[in-house]
Design a binder for this molecule. Structure first.
Ligand code: FE
Ligand code: FE
Length: 284
């Protein structure tokens, strides 16, 4: 893939991660949400201002058409990890936690807790969809919490107030509890705001068990897996899978404080693991 010169760098990654860790601290109190939102760094606020303004239902459907054909590139998992890492190193030399380290730390913490190999593989690839930012997508269309489009926005959505600037707010059909969806229709039938979760789910959907696919597809859907919103859209499969998404979350959030893995030391294990689950080249 060619790097688009207009692609926004993964700037201020440290500030960003700081914000995420504080907001999703398991000991936080509900009244702290807003405080965290208001006290968050300008870069985070600006990120969500743009995200909430531009993530309309139409935008999401257009991005799905644009990307989910997976006809842009063929790239292996390790190759994609290195590819993603280069961008961060180039654009953000001050960040001491690269993308490859985050993926390895997540996978290593899962491994240390004795979870099955498919879950380690899931941790390893869960954020690879961020390559979208190398193909020219702005940050607000790659990362951040996700939320359903086409129905009422839950109050639990981070920076909820910014959604007032979203054009969908003036479409009455999108502002009811179910909006364009049926009760209990299942999340598979719900469009979430576009980003690296949905993209990566499609890239690996033939290669991991359903539990792992849920972890990847919904790891940024905090209103659902952490705040209990949108349960009226769930079907039985979603209910069965939600505990797995929960199980994954701490590895994504808190592995950052864990030991930094020695890349050369762990590489053979991961090349082996990649070989076990994924084809030599994935379609992107
Ligand atoms: Fe992620
Ligand atoms: Fe992550």
């Amino acid at each position: 893939m060619q790097q688009n010169a207009n692609a926004g760098p993964l700037e201020s990654l440290e500030q960003w991660e700081d914000f995420v860790q504080r907001r999703y601290d398991p000991n936080r109190k509900p009244e702290d949400f807003r405080k965290h939102d208001e006290e968050s760094p300008a870069v985070v606020r600006e990120f969500y201002r743009l995200n909430h303004m531009y993530q309309t239902r139409e935008f999401v459907q257009q991005k799905k058409k644009q990307y989910l054909g997976l006809d842009r590139e063929r790239m292996g998992v390790w190759e994609a990890m290195e590819y993603l890492n280069n961008l961060v190193d180039e654009s953000d030399p001050d960040t001491d936690l690269s993308q490859i380290e985050h993926l390895l730390q997540t996978a290593e913490s899962i491994r240390k807790d004795g979870h099955p190999r498919w879950m380690i593989a899931t941790g390893l690839v869960h954020d690879l969809g961020k390559v979208l930012s190398l193909i020219g997508e702005p940050q607000w269309a790659v990362v951040g919490d996700t939320f359903p489009v086409g129905c009422e926005w839950s109050k639990t959505i981070v920076f909820h107030d910014y959604l007032a600037a979203n054009p969908d707010s003036s479409n009455p059909q999108y502002q009811t509890l179910y909006g364009v969806y049926e009760p209990g229709c299942g999340l598979d039938n719900v469009d979430l705001s576009w980003g690296h979760d949905e993209y990566m789910y499609h890239v690996v959907k033939d290669y991991l068990p359903l539990e792992g696919l849920y972890m990847i597809r919904y790891h940024s859907f905090y209103p659902w897996h952490q705040d209990g919103a949108y349960h009226h859209l769930m079907d039985d499969q979603d209910r069965r899978m939600l505990p797995w998404v929960d199980k994954f979350n701490p590895y994504d959030l808190y592995s950052k404080s864990a030991e930094r893995p020695n890349l050369e030391e762990v590489k053979p294990f991961y090349l082996d693991l990649i070989n076990e689950f994924f084809p030599e080249k994935l379609r992107w």
